[in-house]
Design a protein around this ligand. Structure first.
Ligand SMILES: [Zn+2]
Length: 442
């Protein structure tokens, strides 16, 4: 061994000692734990569901957040992104959508399909969505494509199909459903569907509706069978009694807000059972705003998301004429729905943002922001509305997404404060998904 080699070896030995020595002798001394490829986001107001907005720094490595701390330490050697004056919220999730596209009144729908919608809604900061019924096979295929990384779109979750009675709700769209009338049928249908790994199970239960409904016995078996596969259930309901039944059979969530005042026992029952609610105020209640509040259709974000023909269709004089006499009546109905959601929220029930987009007076992506606005009209603070549209949704789905340590780095940077006005969630500077800026495209 020559001298140079010996010297090299001893240097390596000393360095090795040094590194390990640090870790074991002095716990306060920071280790060289950062890589040059790490990205630190500094000086922003950063949201988390527990504390609201905190002036923290978070560090992203390979699509995940590796630290969320008060200050950046001097050993940080990566890239720094200055978010001074900006507001950071987790990627938004639409918990109830039909991702084929958008309904347009009195015209051919805007139907680009799930793959295009999944890409488009990123512009609205929506980094995940739950499709609660469409063409089962198509949804299955697009989800596989999205997960394989074949295109960069919002994370797709889906029930794939809808469990309903023969000729029950869901069947009116001409799309095949999974119809069930007996407990035996439930078992075989669920066994079959489970092969395709639905992320949630969608059930239609509305025994007092004009359309046929599954029985309570079949409903109970659907929930039981889904439980056996470890899959959560989201139930389309119509009345407050349907909600009570959903609690009784142990469903995970109900979606929609029944008409009429909420009975006093319902919020308590829901809270005690741990049931989640996805009210979809957008589809029930935003109608009056689409028609009579100009700022809703003039929003800059909306223009980025839909063809001009959609906006023009809602602005049509004939539509305004048709509904102008019903404005007051609809507003009364809205207040009753808001009071119901408020009572449920106050009782401690987790409320999640869902839009039922694909239907009348909703727009894919945009309506997630409208739903947060409607929740704030129902008494949610901006922070509560943001948590309902992000962290609480991903918790329901069993995901960890946002800017806390250990979470996938899907987040939205806003130019203005959503705490002053929840509509400011639409003022998007950029959107990051899996650690990469996806809007505007890099
Ligand atoms: Zn729906």
């Amino acid at each position: 061994m020559n001298l140079v080699t010996r010297l090299k070896r001893s240097v390596i030995f000393v360095l090795t000692l040094g590194v390990f020595g640090c870790a074991s002798d002095n716990q306060n001394e920071p280790q060289a734990k950062y890589l040059v490829s790490d990205v630190a986001f500094v000086n922003g107001h950063v949201f988390n569901a527990e504390d609201g907005f905190v002036d923290n720094v978070f560090i992203v490595r390979e699509g995940a957040v590796i630290a969320n701390v008060k200050n950046l330490t001097s050993d940080f050697s990566g890239k720094i992104v200055d978010l001074a004056g900006k507001w950071v919220i987790p990627g938004l999730i639409d918990m109830h959508t039909h991702s084929y596209g958008n309904f347009i009144p009195n015209a051919k729908n805007d139907s680009p399909g799930t793959e295009v919608i999944a890409q488009r809604i990123l512009k609205a900061g929506v980094t995940g969505f739950v499709d609660l019924f469409g063409y089962e096979k198509k949804l299955f295929e697009v989800r596989a494509k999205q997960r394989s990384g074949a295109f960069v779109g919002a994370d797709m979750y889906t029930s794939l199909t809808c469990f309903t009675a023969p000729k029950g709700h869901c069947s009116e769209y001409g799309i095949p459903t999974r119809t069930v009338t007996t407990v035996e049928e439930v078992k075989s249908q669920m066994d079959d569907l489970a092969q395709y790994k639905p992320d949630v199970i969608k059930i239609v239960y509305q025994p007092t509706d004009d359309q046929p409904s599954i029985s309570k016995e079949v409903f109970a078996q659907l929930v039981k069978s889904a439980d056996e596969f470890g899959i959560k259930t989201i139930v389309h309901i119509k009345t407050w009694q349907d909600v009570r039944d959903a609690v009784e059979v142990g469903a995970s969530a109900v979606t929609h807000v029944p008409r009429g005042k909420i009975p006093l026992d319902v919020p308590v029952l829901m809270a005690q059972s741990g049931m989640v609610m996805i009210p979809t105020l957008a589809v029930h209640n935003d109608f009056v705003n689409f028609l009579f509040d100009e700022s809703v259709l003039d929003a800059p974000l909306l223009k980025q998301l839909v063809p001009e023909s959609l906006i023009a269709a809602y602005k049509s004089q004939s539509l305004l004429e048709k509904y102008k006499d019903r404005k007051a009546e609809v507003e009364v109905r809205n207040r009753i729905a808001f009071a119901a959601v408020n009572a449920i929220h106050k009782a401690g029930v987790r409320v999640l943002v869902g839009t039922d987009a694909g239907n009348w007076n909703t727009v894919q992506g945009y309506s997630v922001h409208r739903e947060m606005k409607l929740l704030s009209e129902a008494g949610f603070t901006p922070e509560e509305a943001i948590a309902a549209a992000s962290t609480y949704a991903t918790e329901f789905l069993g995901m960890k997404v946002g800017t806390n340590e250990g979470e996938r780095a899907n987040f939205v940077v806003l130019n203005t404060s959503p705490t002053k006005n929840i509509l400011n969630t639409q003022d998007i500077a950029f959107v990051v998904k899996d650690g990469k800026v996806v809007v505007p495209k890099e």
